[in-house]
Write a protein that binds this ligand. Structure first.
Ligand SMILES: Nc1ncnc2c1ncn2[C@@H]1O[C@H](COP(=O)(O)OP(=O)(O)OP(=O)(O)O)[C@@H](O)[C@H]1O
Length: 453
């Protein structure tokens, strides 16, 4: 027969946390692992109500609704496990898996059930690593810089706060804006992009805010502006650095008041629009020079996002070039277009001041110049060809097959064949295989998982 101190010793030696509850869901006893996971001293946990310990989590909410422990197995439903994220008193949080065991009634003991907790933070970390993204929306890229950007986009998307997108011309700011919209609650609403640089001041204002019939010569009909057109959705103000100081004042008013006044009218209309502004210019310098209003700058850059230049993420060039080549192949009705090895080296060695737009143009130039499906070095524009081709991107023994791994689905098995061969060469050492293949361990892991279920 086990004594109480023996039992306590045993429970404290477990990796799983255990909370013993009475019928009223009050904590009667806890073990050491549970107090560590929850982040309280055990003395503070005993006699607390279980839902108050897990306050705010899905489990506590279900428990409040049901009026009894939502984890206690129901003979109809079987065992119930719940994954929760528990905020701790020290402002950290922990990922827990919880389930309960009903305890048989015991004389003189007010026990009803035991809640078991397993810390799955490490598991979640691994899951997150494995879900390294190769693309988000229409954006492709697997570099650390793009991983960081994807995370920032996914964090910023659900918010209604204004976003200021900065980055050189051609880096993909418009694609980022679209990804923000598509991953927000506003995704069913309209996405309205406005190119502020392409319109003169008065036209831009009538375009943004709309106008009443007869507001100016030629305004034969009333017209709603882009703010109103984006109601319930997202408005992208592209090239925001190009708008005049006069328009800046009007824009600031709309953002502050959340209402627009159409030109030629004097009553305001409320608007519910999320604003994303984008620019390749340095707005801080423009503010210092008095060319951009500081108040508007701060109103726009509540969530600043920087899109990295292509030369700072050269690991993405192979993947991007293959994606763009595939698009061009569709456009020009040319099948199986592929880059020769030295063509890829030249693309990776070049600095791309015009970023992805320039890469696309260079590939289009090459597609037009090439007779067959192979894009040779000589098909590239002269400025790209003339750079010495010592690519700064990690080399691999199978450069063409694996490093071109953005492939149409029907060709995907080639990649797995190469992976299998390199894995055999390394005696199954995944870290070494990933290094030789020029991909991260998580990318390799992800592919193996996808292909072997
Ligand atoms: N990560 C990416 N993956 C695939 N295509 C991309 C990516 N980034 C940009 N592109 C393509 O490159 C081109 C330029 O992108 P975009 O127009 O979004 O750049 P931008 O930063 O808004 O440029 P600008 O400041 O000149 O307006 C587009 O054709 C876009 O589809």
């Amino acid at each position: 027969m086990m004594t109480i101190p023996m039992l306590k010793l045993f429970l404290d030696s477990l990796e799983e946390g255990v909370l013993f509850l009475d019928k009223n869901r009050k904590v009667v006893a806890v073990n050491r692992a549970a107090t560590q996971m929850i982040g309280h001293e055990d003395a503070n946990l005993v006699s607390l109500l279980c839902p108050s310990i897990f306050k705010g989590t899905e489990c506590a909410q279900a428990c409040e609704k049901r009026g009894s422990c939502a984890l206690t197995p129901d003979w109809k439903a079987g065992d119930i496990t719940q994954n929760i994220v528990l905020p701790r008193p020290d402002n950290t949080s922990v990922f827990l898996r919880m389930w309960a065991i009903l305890l048989p009634p015991a004389e003189n003991l007010p026990l009803y059930c035991a809640i078991i907790l397993r810390d799955r933070s490490h598991e979640v970390e691994l899951e997150q690593e494995v879900t390294e993204r190769l693309q988000l929306g229409s954006m492709v890229g697997h570099s650390p810089a793009m991983q960081k950007l994807y995370t920032q986009i996914m964090r910023a998307a659900p918010s209604n706060a204004s976003v200021l997108l900065t980055g050189e011309s051609g880096t993909g700011k418009e694609l980022v804006a679209k990804a923000l919209h598509d991953n927000s609650d506003r995704c069913k609403g309209p996405y309205v992009p406005v190119h502020c640089a392409s319109l003169p001041e008065n036209l831009l204002e009538s375009e943004l805010f709309g106008y009443a019939k007869g507001a100016f010569t030629g305004a034969t009909l009333a017209k709603i502006g882009r703010f109103e057109a984006a109601e319930g959705g997202t408005l992208l103000l592209d090239e925001i650095g190009e708008i005049s100081l006069g328009t800046q004042v009007k824009l600031l008013r709309v953002l502050q008041e959340r209402e627009v006044v159409r030109l030629g009218e004097n009553h305001a209309r409320p608007v519910n629009v999320r604003v994303i502004a984008a620019t390749h210019r340095n707005l801080t310098t423009m503010v210092e020079r008095g060319e951009f209003r500081e108040d508007l700058y701060y109103r726009l850059r509540v969530l600043p996002l920087h899109v990295p230049a292509l030369r700072d993420r050269k690991e993405d060039i192979a993947m991007l070039a293959n994606k763009l080549l595939n698009d061009l192949g569709n456009r020009y009705k040319r099948d199986n277009m592929r880059l020769a090895h030295e063509t890829l080296l030249a693309l990776e060695a070049y600095d791309w001041p015009g970023n992805i737009r320039q890469l696309f143009n260079a590939l289009e130039y090459a597609v037009v110049n090439a007779d067959g499906p192979n894009i040779l070095l000589s098909h590239l524009p002269p400025e790209v060809q003339s750079v010495p081709q010592s690519s700064p991107v990690a080399r691999s023994p199978e450069p063409m097959l694996v490093r071109q791994y953005y492939r149409p689905p029907q060709q995907a098995e080639n990649e797995m064949e190469v992976i299998a061969r390199v894995l055999a060469e390394t005696g199954g050492n995944k870290a070494e295989a990933a290094r030789r293949l020029g991909m991260s361990r998580t990318s390799l892991w992800k592919r193996l998982k996808q292909n072997h279920g």
